[in-house]
Design a protein around this ligand. Structure first.
Ligand code: TRP
Length: 332
């Protein structure tokens, strides 16, 4: 059976974009793959995280996986920092990846902003750690949002260079799995920006912890234009806010955007937004409820993370041993 690895950063404000772009897709994959799902807390600290908040947010990612329907018996749920093999392989990959490759990473450029000199070295080397996350399990498939495609390309480059430099076939070439209508959920305040945990406006995102009232309020205030919904997808061009809301509806209802437009063609937003609110509350609301229940019992979540770490470490150990042998590290 092929192996899946994916990760979500525990940096707070888990939102609808994380759900539709990633977490939701983790569930169905369990039928066809051996799945490993990680709360990537080592990636999170590439930018400053308050320690207490980080601990809580790490549990929250695990709770979101569970609430969405990841089964901790079939799949592995764990926190990245609890399996040291990730950091060990990341160091080796730091020595395989080239500066020129990392210089091209758009996520680094976005996150570092204008003041690059002040970005952490970890933020720069972030993609190498991500490659290690995946390769330490020789995972073959990674479900991610569109924005992570470039990092997966880099993972393939690192795997290929490693294999090539050492004349081995140690690592497989990973394939991205990208799903559905809303792999890229945009801000409710600005359809040209991704929905983000760090947007200063709470109204830009729907979070896992929003109740019915706040979901309704945020969608009511969501920015739109003045025109009714068009008949075809073509009509959504140059209407980023409308396209985003239609995309969210399509993803939540498991329809194509065209199917949504066929239903709502000609409707004003005053009709569409309440329909979207009902749908979001129906589909997303119960997951938030379940997550809250899980968060009320942190010992339970911690037990699942602990068991997951043990199983993950057992899978990573032989791969890391093989890599060390190839690289020429002596055995203690
Ligand atoms: N970079 C990913 C993100 O920001 C998170 C991540 C870290 C990840 N390691 C991973 C995703 C390995 C998939 C596989 O969304």
């Amino acid at each position: 059976m092929s192996r899946i690895f994916s990760g979500v950063q525990p940096s707070g404000n888990l939102h609808l974009g994380n759900y539709l772009g990633a977490i939701r897709n983790f569930v169905g994959l369990q039928d066809d793959y051996e799945c490993i799902y990680c709360a990537v807390n080592m990636h999170a600290i590439t930018v400053w995280q308050d320690p207490e908040a980080l601990r809580n947010n790490t549990r929250e990612v695990a709770a979101a996986y569970l609430a969405a329907g990841v089964d901790p018996k079939r799949s592995i749920i764990f926190a990245q920092s609890t399996v040291a093999a990730h950091a060990e392989l990341a160091w080796i990959f730091n020595c395989v990846a080239r500066l020129g490759w990392l210089n091209r990473m758009t996520q680094f450029k976005e996150k570092a902003g204008k003041n690059r000199e002040n970005a952490s070295v970890g933020l720069y080397a972030y993609p190498n750690l991500m490659a290690a996350d995946i390769m330490v399990y020789k995972a073959t498939h990674v479900p991610v949002g569109e924005d992570q495609k470039q990092h997966l390309e880099l993972t393939r480059d690192i795997a290929q260079k490693f294999n090539n430099d050492y004349g081995t076939e140690t690592f497989p070439l990973v394939e991205p799995l990208i799903f559905g209508a809303a792999t890229r959920v945009m801000s409710l305040r600005d359809g040209s920006k991704k929905m983000s945990k760090s947007d200063p406006s709470d109204y830009s995102r729907i979070t896992f912890t929003d109740d019915r009232d706040s979901i309704a309020k945020k969608l009511r205030k969501a920015r739109t234009d003045a025109d009714p919904l068009p008949e075809t997808e073509e009509g959504l061009k140059d209407r980023p806010e409308a396209a985003n809301l239609v995309g969210i509806y399509a993803a939540l209802a498991d329809l194509s955007k065209q199917e949504v437009l066929s239903e709502f063609a000609g409707a004003p937003f005053s009709t569409f937004k309440p329909a979207l609110t009902d749908l979001a509350v129906e589909k997303f609301g119960p997951i938030g409820e379940e997550m809250k229940k899980l968060m009320a019992d942190p010992a339970h979540v911690d037990a699942i993370l602990k068991e997951g770490a043990e199983r993950a470490a057992a899978l990573a150990a032989p791969v890391l041993a093989e890599v060390k042998e190839v690289v020429g590290f002596i055995h203690p």
